[in-house]
Ligand binder design. Structure first.
Ligand code: PEP
Ligand code: MG
Length: 315
């Protein structure tokens, strides 16, 4: 019986009318991959590499990082692995980096902004990723908190320099869409990215101007807010102009109804905490794609997050 259950979990999430969505896991360490695969993950859509820094008393070396990325890819046995470059700053403070204190860390030098100022962090990480990729696996690089086309152009240039210096294979390079400016300009950014992954946690925080960690605002800081959904729709439309795929790796992807809405908005890949995978897959399998597209359109014109949630009865 357990075997039947496992086999079911491993099956893809295909809607009743035959549209297949990719369901991946957010996993940060090689030892988390086994559990993710048991839950039915088809790959890792978000490896938050800052955890390698947050959980240690010193920064991991290039060699240590290369080994971790290689082990991740190996554990995945050829399934896709999206490695997100360091996303430090905001809610992720690393004491041993001794970064300057900021008045507003969420609006400060975080993510890609920090990487572009700290080649001593960026270069060893990129070298480690390309070295791991040279040993096999299906690895992509993703940059967090990108706001402008200048950032992605510069990051791509640096990736290419590192890649060429190692004689490593070319890797897909994508960005997180988690700043409203990036969602609004998705059509411009998409020209220079191989894929997008929407970070609904930060996108919600920045769109609604509500701290994602403030318990007082937790009920209102809802990723199903129509303003957030409109930015997601705009991101998908921008990506489509350049033939790029869009995933979501923020919390909304792991909510079964959220996953339906995202699929209906044209998102192709959903990456989530492993334990959320079985319920999301089950929800997608019992859905009709044409119906969820219509549902998503209704959500876009809803007035409030509560109105969006009320649509679940019709799903
Ligand atoms: C997000 O912002 O939605 C996201 C996936 O990244 P993180 O939660 O690591 O900021
Ligand atoms: Mg984020």
């Amino acid at each position: 019986q357990r075997e039947a259950e496992m086999a079911k979990r491993a099956e893809p999430a295909t809607t009743k009318d035959g549209v297949r969505l990719e369901v991946a896991a957010n996993a940060n360490r090689p030892d988390q991959v086994k559990l993710a695969l048991e839950e039915g993950a088809e790959g890792v859509g978000l490896m938050r590499t800052e955890f390698l820094f947050l959980e240690a008393s010193a920064s991991p070396t290039e060699d240590e990082q290369a080994e971790t990325y290689r082990a991740m890819a190996e554990a995945l046995g050829g399934r896709p692995l999206i490695i997100r470059a360091l996303d430090i700053g905001g809610d992720k403070q690393v004491a041993h980096l001794h970064l300057p204190r900021e008045e507003n860390p969420f609006l400060g030098v975080r993510g890609a902004r920090l990487l572009l100022r700290r080649p001593d962090l960026l270069l060893p990480q990129l070298r480690a990723i390309y070295r791991a990729a040279a040993q096999g696996g299906d690895i992509s690089i993703m940059f967090p908190m990108v706001t402008s086309v200048g950032e992605i152009l510069r990051l791509r240039e640096i990736c290419e320099e590192v890649r060429a210096s190692l004689g490593a294979p070319e890797l897909p390079i994508g960005i997180m869409i988690e700043v409203p400016a990036a969602a609004v300009q998705a059509d411009v950014l998409a020209e220079h990215c191989d894929f997008f992954s929407i970070g609904t946690n930060d996108l919600t925080q920045y769109t609604l101007a509500m701290d994602r960690q403030n318990p007082e605002l937790a009920a209102e800081a809802d990723s199903m807010h129509p303003a957030v959904l409109r930015l997601i729709a705009q991101t998908v439309a921008g990506a489509k102009k350049h033939g790029r795929w869009v995933g979501v790796c923020g919390g909304l992807a792991g909510d079964p109804f959220g996953a339906l809405l995202l699929a209906g908005l044209g998102v192709k890949e959903l990456s989530m905490t492993p334990r959320d995978i079985p319920a999301v897959k089950a929800k997608l399998r019992e859905a009709d794609f044409a119906a969820i597209e219509a549902l998503a359109q209704r959500a876009l014109t809803a007035a409030t997050a509560a109105d969006v949630r009320a649509l679940e009865g019709n799903a």
